[in-house]
Design a protein around this ligand. Structure first.
Ligand code: FES
Length: 160
């Protein structure tokens, strides 16, 4: 992994935060480390095609997960749902260089959150491809707090 690129991505973190007017949201947690990422997507029409206008994220994750999420939310802008779905964790983290083995799941977690958001769009309201928590309306901190209170522990489901 390119440490300079990682530090640059963290210094210039893009698209951090909740998106109240999002069209879709996806949340994924990693069973490897217990970290989580939530990703919001907003679409727009361009040249007769529906493309991703913008995306944002929140993360309780390591620096690598934050950097990949930041990069990914920029890389998917202007792409169709199908184009974004075809992007692998390697592509989403490419500017950081190859991730070391112990950090590969960090990129995969971001890919999972992206897929959850992209696939959640066509599902009924409240349903999610990766229902790590049932309430996707608030912030990630709200969800974690609610999950901890209602269940006594947080349920983590990784989509692949
Ligand atoms: S997301 Fe778990 S260590 Fe990076």
């Amino acid at each position: 992994m390119d440490e300079a690129a990682l530090q640059q991505a963290l210094t210039d973190t893009q698209n951090l935060g909740e998106m109240p007017d999002a069209d879709a949201v996806g949340t994924v947690g990693s069973p490897d480390c217990g970290d989580m990422v939530r990703l919001w997507i907003k679409y727009k029409e361009k040249d007769g095609k529906k493309v991703i206008d913008k995306a944002s994220f929140q993360s309780f994750g390591c620096q690598t997960a934050i950097a990949v999420a930041s990069i990914a939310t920029e890389l998917i802008r202007g792409k169709t749902k199908e184009e974004a779905l075809s992007m692998s964790a390697e592509e989403l983290s490419k500017p950081l260089g190859p991730l070391p083995p112990m950090k590969i799941h960090c990129g995969q977690m971001v890919e999972g959150a992206l897929r959850a958001a992209l696939e959640a769009e066509n599902k009924p309201a409240g349903a999610s491809a990766a229902p790590i928590v049932t309430d996707q309306s608030g912030t990630l901190a709200d969800a974690l707090s609610a999950a901890g209170k209602s269940q006594g522990k947080i349920k983590i489901i990784l989509t692949t």
